[in-house]
Design a protein around this ligand. Structure first.
Ligand code: AMP
Ligand code: AMP
Length: 227
């Protein structure tokens, strides 16, 4: 009788342990990814301005993405905690400015934010709830002014070409951390500055040097289109 009790208890403990291991996703750091809207819009795919109008000519947030030191990343971690706009109603004004959707057809951003929370945000639930996740991204954007940093180094969104090295150097000087630059191509096939990645620790509050960089290639000279 006693041994049956113990065997049931042990089974129960193992099930508990497995459920904790399966549900709690771990990750090592975040990529905080900002985007130049001019480079989203001048591709052959084009873009649509949000329903609130053309965003300001500034870098905007693409996402805050949990990542692992080996380069892999978790995604879509918790279908039981889907995006809920009522949880971030106090942030949507700031998000319309700093995290605009440029996808077509025009939207108010909810579907973009929902995609980002469901795919990436749910993988950071061990640290942040929905409100904390979006608030953390907004706070990070306020900590580095990428456009100002580039302008100070003489790098302007005027369609001219700049060396990848000079862009990296400018962001490193301005933010204190080495960025990764992602390029895409405009309609004429020129390699251009599309997104800038900075790394953030698991608290989502502090920038940190990247443990690993993404893959992909820019030309050694890239354009910085206007918006
Ligand atoms: P992710 O799935 O988070 O890795 O992001 C890639 C997806 O985000 C692609 O489907 C992109 O087309 C989309 N995307 C990137 N930037 C924007 C933007 N500013 N507005 C809407 N969708 C975007
Ligand atoms: P590669 O030309 O790929 O051999 O890279 C030369 C150096 O530039 C290495 O330190 C790379 O990590 C760095 N690098 C290459 N492409 C990028 C990029 N898109 N953003 C940031 N650093 C890069």
């Amino acid at each position: 009788m006693k041994s049956k009790f113990y065997s049931v208890s042990i089974k129960f403990l193992i099930i508990q342990l497995l459920s904790v291991l399966c549900v709690s996703q771990s990750f090592d750091f975040f990529y905080f990814v900002q985007q130049w809207p001019g480079s989203y819009c001048d591709t052959s795919q084009s873009c649509c301005y949000p329903t609130s109008g053309k965003p300001a000519p500034d870098f905007s947030i693409h996402g805050l993405w949990p990542n692992n030191n080996d380069g892999s990343y978790p995604s879509n971690c918790d279908p039981n905690d889907p995006f809920d706009k009522s949880k971030i109603s106090d942030l949507t004004g700031s998000m319309e400015k700093s995290w605009p959707s440029l996808a077509c057809p025009s939207s108010n951003g909810l579907s973009f934010w929902s995609h980002e929370w469901n795919k990436h945000g749910t993988c950071s639930e061990s640290v942040l709830n929905q409100h904390g996740y979006f608030q953390a991204a907004l706070n990070l954007k306020n900590q580095v002014n990428l456009l100002q940093t580039l302008k100070t180094a003489g790098i302007q969104p005027n369609g001219e070409s700049y060396s990848l090295e000079s862009i990296k150097d400018a962001v490193t000087k301005g933010s204190g951390y080495t960025p990764w630059v992602e390029c895409n191509t405009d309609e004429s096939g020129n390699s251009q500055l599309y997104q800038i990645y900075l790394c953030v620790d698991t608290s989502a509050a502090n920038f940190t040097e990247c443990p690993v960089f993404p893959k992909g290639k820019c030309g050694s000279q890239i354009t910085f289109p206007s918006f």
